[in-house]
Design a protein around this ligand. Structure first.
Ligand code: PLP
Length: 413
């Protein structure tokens, strides 16, 4: 009798989170064999060489010293004013685009992705995205009844596949008047790939060319890993999103999860960039409405951390030092992995920064299964394997390519 209790639009099979599943198996293996024996490449959080989650002192000392009233109280629905101003400065660094910029506080970068899809596309519209992507995009499109359309990410020279992107854009605009173009760059999850500045010029040229009257193109820049993608110059591309035609809008999904090691504090922002003030304000109003409807307001302590760290020169310096230290740690791990991949002939996609490196291969699920027998736990997706340099020590990054290569050869040859 109660079988149909769930409304049709909300009927989904149980969400099997493949990453949490394999991570659970890995934990069991560690308990049995000891952490030194196991390579845990499952997690999407920064982990030190002893297997412990890294939580920046600068961030958590700030939290510990926060007045409890500032933690307990509600923030503003759209986010506190100081946070909203500072998050724009923090995100763009020296490369703020020209135009009208507004921000809305969101529950992590996820919230900003959600708001962009909700506000800037309608039911049945296309959300176009490369075929190496963070799976939550697909889940959100299902939830909101948008068409999630993938195109081949890289061409034969391992460059952004402009041709396939253009095809997907043209297809979407032929069918519908609105499209959301998702770009998770720099330091893409799961590949570590970053779109070069000169490629952005070409992408924007195409978008501008297709932005006819009556068509609306949203560019979503998901920059969840941006602070681990370079020393600041990786933000230069942001300037290109100023002065675009009014029917092109840019949103930036800014996450505090990785850049502040604050995954569980669920804080971030959706930053809106438009050449028209009224449009920027309307998008802001829509997203503020969404905030109220979904989570009301975000974790107050998360917003306060960003503000406290930005406003106090000493704290800011110690945060920046810590961030740099761990960015360099990631670089070293990635170098160890890519250099040894070359040595053993393991093909990896170009890595420019971030938490992951990808290995394109067929039968990825089978390979990941087999790797468990070699005490390596790694996430498989449709296109290949995702190696988590964020979670594996430099020493283990050195030995991993050989183990992976041997299993790929065994299964695929
Ligand atoms: N975008 C990408 C590509 C991610 O990998 C993640 C987290 O894993 C996010 C966005 C959002 O993270 P959060 O909602 O924790 O800020």
């Amino acid at each position: 009798m109660g079988k149909n209790i769930i409304a049709d639009h909300a009927k989904w099979p149980r969400l099997e989170d493949a990453i949490f599943k394999i991570s659970g198996e890995c934990k069991k293996a560690i308990a049995k064999k000891g952490k030194d024996k196991i390579i845990n490449s499952t997690l999407g959080t920064l982990i030190d060489d002893d297997g412990n989650i890294i939580a920046f002192d600068s961030v958590y000392d700030t939290l510990k010293n926060m007045d409890k009233k500032d933690i307990a109280s509600y923030g503003a629905i759209e986010g506190d004013k100081e946070f909203l101003d500072l998050v724009i400065e923090k995100c763009f660094g020296a490369y703020k685009p020209n135009g009208f910029i507004k921000s809305v506080a969101t529950a992590g970068g996820s919230g900003a992705v959600r708001h962009t899809i909700w506000t800037l596309s309608g039911v049945g519209d296309y959300v176009i995205c490369p075929n190496w992507y963070w799976p939550a995009y697909a889940t959100m499109c299902e939830e909101y009844n948008r068409e999630f359309l993938n195109y081949e990410f890289l061409d034969e020279n391992f460059e952004f596949n402009l041709k396939e992107f253009t095809k997907a854009l043209d297809f979407s605009l032929e069918k519908k008047d609105r499209v959301v173009c998702v770009f998770n760059s720099p330091a893409n999850n799961p590949t570590g790939f970053s779109i070069e500045d000169s490629m952005w010029d070409k992408i924007l040229e195409i978008i501008k060319d297709r932005a006819d009257d009556g068509k609306y193109i949203a560019i979503l820049l998901d920059v969840a890993y941006i602070e681990f993608a370079g020393d600041g110059r990786q933000k230069k591309f942001f300037q290109k999103f100023g002065d675009l035609p009014e029917n092109i809008i840019t949103t930036v999904a800014y996450s505090m999860s990785k850049s502040y090691t604050a995954y569980g504090l669920r804080s971030g922002a959706c930053i809106i960039v438009s050449s028209n003030e009224e449009i920027a304000n309307q998008v802001f109003d829509s997203m503020k409405h969404s905030n109220r409807a979904i989570w009301s307001n975000i974790t107050h302590a998360g917003m306060n951390i960003l503000v406290d760290l930005e406003k106090d020169e000493k704290k800011k310096k110690s945060y920046e030092k810590e961030l740099e230290f761990y960015r360099i740690m990631l670089e070293k791990r990635a170098k160890a992995f890519t250099e040894n991949s070359k040595k053993v002939g393991l093909v990896t996609l170009p890595y420019f920064g971030g938490f992951f490196i990808s290995i394109p291969c067929k039968n990825s699920k089978k390979i990941a299964e087999k790797l468990k027998e070699k005490d390596m736990y790694i996430v498989a997706n449709k296109e290949g394997l995702r190696f988590a340099v964020c979670a594996v020590s430099e020493e283990k990054c050195k030995i991993s390519p050989k183990i992976i290569k041997e299993v790929i050869d065994e299964i695929n040859n």
